[in-house]
Write a protein that binds this ligand. Structure first.
Ligand SMILES: [Zn+2]
Length: 113
């Protein structure tokens, strides 16, 4: 989608350091990390947010969760544990309207942490 930051990263028009990637998603570090490990798992296709997920996105979502595991391994939190979260809309603080899965870890997380 034109003007979308994460679509730009997916196409390579916007440079981004990738932690890992697969055929349907890529992982980068959050620019404002809330924990020692804070990565974003981003699908290469444009989906605005979790409200827009349809059955046709099943393979993309499976690839995102597979990549989350790989990212956790590379970031060193696979065994210690981590949180996976989707923010949806303004009240959740979603700042880029392109679906992305937060992977947060590296410290003890509170219930909302
Ligand atoms: Zn996009």
């Amino acid at each position: 989608m034109s003007g979308c930051l994460f679509c730009g990263m997916a196409s390579g028009d916007v440079p981004a350091e990738r932690i890992a990637a697969n055929e349907r998603a890529f992982a980068i570090r959050d620019i404002n990390p809330r924990a020692p490990v804070h990565a974003l798992i981003i699908p290469t296709i444009h989906i605005a947010d979790a409200r827009e997920i349809e059955a046709e996105h099943a393979a993309t979502l499976a690839a995102m969760f597979a990549l989350a595991g790989e990212t956790a391994r590379r970031e060193g939190v696979l065994e210690s544990g981590y949180r996976l979260a989707f923010n949806v809309g303004d009240d959740a603080g979603m700042t880029v309207s392109h679906l992305h899965l937060h992977l947060i870890g590296g410290r003890l997380l509170g219930p909302e942490g």
